[in-house]
Ligand binder design. Structure first.
Ligand code: ADP
Ligand code: MG
Length: 627
């Protein structure tokens, strides 16, 4: 049989390699910014068009390249940063694999201009899909400009695979921020479609963080510092009261390189133990410096994962450093570390007088009777019941027909079980109030501050309070947005809220939809917005949480059409504002929840397609008892 193995031509090999290095426009941003940093630039400009789909350009004032190097740099495994394998253990540069430029040039149109300080003239090169189109000497300033156009022009499948502009842009901003945060001594600017997104003059870590994430960040930060033989730690962690619902602002840098590490994240979380409400996430910017020979950066093509020699020691040092700072800056509570939240008085109860206990007596109960009607009786809900505080309780008309039908058959059946209270003059009058019999029909019970249980004709319904409320709010918001009219509560004093540049852009983009949920925006400043009206079912203190959650949900993937944009907003706001597990609900609130849920168009599932309630038929219960 003839031999069939061939070596792939370089341009094909490069295209394949590109798949590893360049997943999206943001990967190009990362590689070009890192090259500029490695070139010793003190001023780096990033210019983006159409979220990087049309243009990613990086201009630096670094050391530039000679005529020969400017051609060589596009070859695979061409690097000036390491010469032998041992150099990998003393790395001080971001790049070292020598494959970024070869990969990028294989799948885009690239125009490079570069000049070294000592040279008269620089070099201007155009290369398209690995093919050199032109190379000319040119009058240029010192440094390098790299323009990458029409990314994936020769791999349509990859191009089509790109997400919406908002998503791709978000990834670009992430990469830009990571490099900018790691190098506060470099002046960074970023432009998108002609407008300036970031302008970050050189400064220190703290100032850089504040410049990247709006002025409000400053007061949230607690400095951390530690120096040991294996690691030097500096940076900032967020005060617990500013913890967020999402993992937005969490950064580790090792030797000036942004990295991801679940293990170190765990160390941080351990330091915050007992300080954060369940499920919330602290902000942190942690800069670690370790001897280069104690890490291996080589384990991931995008170099965001690192292997440390002495992970366990690092974990312990990091944890205690943060714990120490949180304590020193007095943000850790002094007492009450292990307080059981179940022992807290529910907020709604704090100013109430105690209620009379009730005793239920079944006056017809005869332990010797063998009457089949007794089992019938057992199906019915308790009836005349007295409870001191709540006899003003009114039965609400049930809005949804489905719900009402569940009750059919219960209405006239209220006399078998009798309940009476302790003798008490003042209250006997209302004890047998006719109305009361009706009122107890829809009786609801909250269990474990999580579920609402209510008897229905065929048995009982158990509702998840959080999911039910999500469904209700979701439909309300969606309706408001579709008919474009929402009621809003006017605030006495407008709220001013600070956001980063691109968050502000996103909010401005969504303004019309948000207004339809009830927001009223008074003004957009360069770093903040003024809100003068908020949706009716929100409180002023919830607003920042709602907007933060919304931004994070949208950054995870915003759909292009305005219909699905509304859907995302409605879902996000419903998620933020719905009552959570662990919230005590008054009887009235429970009842409203039940009624409103069954008035929904799709009461069975939450907006996230999880069941909102389950029913248990009496037969099912009977079966359990028959075991
Ligand atoms: P790596 O960064 O891993 O070395 P790249 O493909 O990113 O590989 O770059 C190849 C080489 O091109 C670099 O080693 C460097 O010598 C040169 N180079 C790339 N970008 C720049 C730049 N902005 N300024 C000066 N030299 C650069
Ligand atoms: Mg590189």
């Amino acid at each position: 049989m003839s031999s069939i193995i061939q070596l792939l031509p370089d341009h094909v090999a490069n295209q394949i390699a590109a798949g590893e290095v360049v997943q999206r426009p943001a990967s190009v941003v990362k590689e070009l910014l890192e090259n500029a940093v490695d070139a010793g630039a003190t001023d780096i400009k990033l210019i983006i068009k159409d979220a990087g789909k049309s243009l990613v350009q990086v201009i630096d004032n670094g050391k530039g390249m000679s005529v020969t190097d400017s051609r060589l740099c596009f070859e695979r495994h061409a690097t000036s940063k390491i010469r032998q394998a041992e150099d990998l253990f003393s790395l001080h540069t971001k790049g070292f694999r020598g494959e970024a430029l070869a990969s990028i040039a294989a799948i885009a149109h690239v125009e490079m201009k570069t000049k070294q300080e000592q040279d008269e003239l620089g070099t201007h090169i155009i290369i398209e899909g690995s093919k050199f189109v032109s190379q000319e000497p040119s009058v240029l300033p010192k440094g390098t400009s790299f323009a990458v156009k029409n990314l994936f022009f020769n791999i349509p499948a990859r191009r089509n695979f790109l997400k919406s502009e908002t998503v791709e842009f978000r990834h670009i901003v992430d990469e830009f921020q990571r490099v900018a945060l790691a190098h506060p001594n470099i002046y960074f600017t970023m432009y998108h479609n002609g407008s300036e997104m970031f302008n970050l003059p050189n400064s220190n870590y703290r100032q850089r963080i504040v410049n990247v994430f709006s002025g409000k960040t400053n007061e949230k930060l607690v400095p951390i510092q530690e120096e040991t033989e294996i690691v030097t730690i500096e940076g900032f962690v967020g005060k617990p009261e500013f913890a967020k619902k999402n993992r937005g602002e969490q950064f580790f840098f090792v030797n000036d390189r942004f990295i991801k590490s679940g293990y170190l994240h765990h160390a941080v979380m351990a330091a915050y133990e007992g300080l954060l409400p369940n499920g919330s996430q602290p902000t942190y910017f942690i800069y670690l410096n370790v001897p280069p020979n104690t890490i291996d950066i080589n384990i991931h093509p995008t170099k965001t994962e690192i292997k440390f020699d002495d992970e366990h020691a690092l974990y312990a040092i990091l944890r205690s450093t943060i714990k120490h700072s949180l304590g020193q800056f007095n943000v850790a509570p002094v007492l009450d570390f292990d307080r059981d939240p179940n022992l807290d008085t529910p907020y709604q109860y704090q100013n109430k007088t105690a209620e009379y206990p009730t005793v239920q007596v079944d006056s017809t109960f005869n332990p010797f009777a063998d009457d089949p009607s007794y089992s019938e009786l057992a199906k019915q809900k308790p009836s005349k019941q007295f409870s001191g505080g709540s006899n003003s309780y009114k039965k609400q008309e049930v809005a949804g027909s489905n719900w009402e039908s569940l009750y059919v058959g219960l209405k006239n059946d209220t006399s078998e079980v009798e309940t009476f209270s302790f003798e008490s003059e003042e209250v006997t009058a209302s004890l047998f109030d006719e109305k009361e019999e009706e009122q107890t029909i829809n009786r609801t019970y909250q269990i474990h501050k999580k579920y609402i249980v209510s008897p229905i004709k065929s048995g009982m319904v158990i509702m998840d309070q959080g999911r039910a409320h999500q469904r209700i709010l979701y439909e309300q918001f969606l309706t408001n947005m579709t008919v474009q009219q929402a009621s809003s509560q006017q605030l006495l004093f407008p709220l001013q809220m600070y956001f980063s540049n691109n968050e502000l852009k996103l909010i401005a983009e969504l303004k019309p939809s948000l207004e339809n949920t009830g927001f009223v925006f008074e003004a957009f400043d360069t770093d903040s917005i003024h809100i003068s009206g908020i949706p009716v079912n929100t409180t002023e203190s919830e607003i920042s949480m709602v907007l933060e959650q919304l931004l994070s949900d949208l950054q995870d993937g915003i759909p292009d059409s305005s219909f699905s944009q509304n859907d995302t907003i409605a879902k996000s706001m419903a998620k933020s504002l719905a009552v959570k597990t662990g919230t005590y609900l008054t009887e009235k609130e429970q009842e409203n929840l039940v009624n409103n849920l069954f008035a929904c168009k799709e009461p069975n599932v939450s907006p996230f397609q999880k069941p909102t309630f389950i029913t248990m038929r009496v037969e099912d219960i009977d079966k359990r008892f028959a075991l």
